[in-house]
Each structure stands twice: as structure tokens, then as C-alpha cells.
Design a protein around this ligand. Structure first.
Ligand code: PEP
Ligand code: MN
Length: 331
């Protein structure tokens, strides 16, 4: 249950009421309390303080359209994702930051196309300990250098909670990966900052669980959450994962969070990324994440799915037309 307190309730009083009723407290334009699971009646101690209440059938609360119908907007640098922008932000870059030369060439590609946001993993959550694990802090510093030199926003992934402070220092968006999205330490650390957080859907995660991961961050006080669908595991083995576009329609219908799609990790093969990306953009989405590498064949991670620069450029041009046809603009 969400309780918006009356205007005359101070922040301090709201905090006291939250601790008395064992509720989360969010203090922004309003003082808002969020009770624990299953509570459908106003707790006695809150009698007389509530301006408005919302009762939910499940733990999708702050992220629900039922609570806030308008799509949230998340800002980083000079870019806004979601809200009423009707724009699809194209985030491009390699799976992993591998060297200064490699990440600089990706930054140049984006800047030449007029794009704003560079991705690159530094702490890679690999399935095998023998695979390339990422450059770590050295990679973060390279991303920060590109941010500085090219005025790009940069996004990278936190593999565990100890990375959060560094990622906040060197980048603009914290990515919580498909494998990390159940990590309470990461989610709680993300809730204590105002940095935008992009949460990827785990490949065995229901939509309800996905949204609950976002609720961890929202209820802790960070409103800057973006969801990313990147494919789930099904019985199909011909492609790496199965991009759940039905799930995207569900999220658009029931949640107020901006949604990014990642066809690269979903299909796992470069041949299918362009057509899949067009299908994604045709849904009217807030962002698209595409992996691209100067020479995909020698990429240190996700080599099979990364587009070369020519393919990325061509795709960007094609996507502009698709976006336009659904009233969106690629940026
Ligand atoms: C990535 O973005 O490179 C990545 C590891 O993604 P995911 O968490 O979706 O597998
Ligand atoms: Mn990758």
C-alpha cells in the first residue's frame, strides 16, 4: 500500500510515522510511505495523516501505472529517457572495454553519428572464470576519458556491490546485469544514489520479479530506474535467448518505467540484430542497446553478436525511418 501524506506533514514527522508503521519513506514533492507486502488497510498510527492511498494486489507498487500513470523520465547529461519525449535513445559500444584505441574508435563512431551514450563493460559477469573478465578500474578510467574528450554519457555494469562507488565516480549510468539483478547488495547500493540505474531482466526472471528488482531501487529513494529486456531462456537453442516482446508490451501497459531493449544479447548473433532492432523500435520504446566493435571477430567477449561499424551505421539510418513511423525519433 502507498500512502501519500497530507501536505502539512513535515519530513521529520513522515520519517517518524514510517518507522512506527514499518514503512519505507520517500521524501520528494510529497511525503510518501510504502507499507510491506499484503497490507490493504491504513495502519492505525497513520489515521488522520493520509491524503491519498493506493492498494495493490502484489508488490508492484511505485513502478505501477496504477500509482503513477505518467511514464517516468530519467535524465543523464543532456539526454532524457522516457517521460513524454517520444524518443528512442540508441546506446552503442562494445561488449567490453578492451583498450584505449578500441573504446576511442567506438566513441568516435557515436559522435560522428550524433549519438550521445557509449556503453562498455569493465567488470564482466562471465559464465566461465577462464574467459576475459574485463579491465576493471582501468576500463572505467578509459570510459571517463571518453566522456571527457567527447562529451558522451557512459554506461557500464556493476558485477558486485563493491563496484558501485567507482562506477558512480567514473560513469553516468549504472548497469545491473541479467545475472546481477537478484543481487540485493547491488540493488540496495543503487537505491542510495541518484545515479540512473539500468536494470536488465534476468534470463529466468518473471515480469513480476523484474519489476520487484526495480522496486528495491525505487523504494530506497532512487527514482531514476530504467528497465531493459534482453531475452529470456526458453526451450529454443537456435538463438542465444528469446527476446520477450510480449513482456515489453506488458511492461508498457502496467509500469511507469522507461524501457530499453537489447536485441544483441537476446539473439546472440549479429545477423539477426538489425531486423530484431527494427521490431523493437516499432514498439515505441525509450531506448535501444546495441553492441558494436571495430572488429567483432577478435572481440574479447560476445564476439558473435557485435555489429561492425558499417553495420551499426546502416542500422542507425534504417531505425530512424522505423522510429518515425511510430511517432518516435532516434537520438
Ligand atoms: C552486457 O551488457 O554486456 C551483458 C553482460 O549483458 P547481460 O547482463 O544482459 O547478459
Ligand atoms: Mn555483452
Amino acid at each position: 500500500m502507498i500512502i501519500q501524506l497530507k501536505n502539512n506533514v513535515s519530513r521529520e514527522k513522515a520519517a517518524a510515522l514510517a518507522s512506527e508503521s514499518n514503512a519505507f519513506h520517500i521524501s520528494n514533492e510529497y511525503q510518501v510511505l510504502i507499507t510491506g507486502s499484503g497490507i490493504k488497510e491504513l495502519p492505525n498510527c497513520l489515521e488522520g495523516f493520509a491524503e491519498k492511498t493506493w492498494v495493490f494486489a502484489n508488490d508492484m507498487q511505485l513502478a505501477s501505472k496504477a500509482y503513477q500513470a505518467d511514464k517516468r523520465s530519467v535524465k543523464f547529461g543532456n539526454v532524457t529517457i522516457g517521460g513524454t519525449t517520444n524518443q528512442t535513445v540508441l546506446i552503442g559500444g562494445p561488449c567490453s572495454v578492451e583498450s584505449e584505441e578500441q573504446i576511442r574508435s567506438s566513441a568516435e563512431l557515436l559522435v560522428n553519428l550524433g549519438l550521445s551514450t557509449l556503453r562498455g563493460g569493465c567488470y564482466k559477469p562471465r559464465t566461465s572464470p577462464y574467459s576475459f573478465q574485463g579491465l576493471g578500474l582501468e576500463g572505467l578510467k578509459l570510459l571517463a576519458k571518453m566522456r571527457e574528450e567527447f562529451g558522451l554519457n557512459v554506461i557500464t555494469e556493476a558485477r558486485d556491490a563493491t563496484h558501485i562507488d567507482e562506477i558512480i565516480e567514473y560513469t553516468d549510468i549504472i548497469q545491473v546485469g541479467a545475472k546481477a539483478m537478484y543481487d540485493q547488495g547491488i540493488l540496495r547500493a543503487c537505491s542510495k544514489t541518484n545515479k540512473p540505474v539500468l536494470i536488465k531482466r534476468g534470463f529466468g526472471t518473471t515480469l513480476q520479479e523484474f519489476v520487484q528488482a526495480a522496486e528495491f531501487v525505487l523504494s530506497g529513494g532512487n527514482e531514476n530506474v530504467v528497465l531493459c529486456e534482453r531475452g529470456i531462456r526458453t526451450f529454443e537453442t537456435g538463438t542465444r535467448f528469446t527476446l520477450d516482446l510480449c513482456g515489453v508490451a506488458w511492461l508498457q501497459e502496467y509500469t511507469n518505467l522507461p524501457i530499453i531493449l537489447d536485441p544483441s544479447h537476446a539473439i546472440g548473433y549479429a545477423y539477426g540484430v538489425p531486423s530484431l532492432a527494427k521490431a523493437c523500435v516499432a514498439m515505441g520504446i525509450d531506448g535501444l542497446l546495441i553492441e558494436t566493435h571495430p572488429n567483432p571477430k577478435v572481440a574479447l567477449s560476445d564476439a558473435s553478436q557485435q555489429l561492425n561499424y558499417l553495420q551499426f551505421e546502416q542500422l542507425y539510418r534504417d531505425l530512424q525511418k522505423v522510429a518515425e513511423s511510430v511517432g518516435y525519433k532516434m537520438v
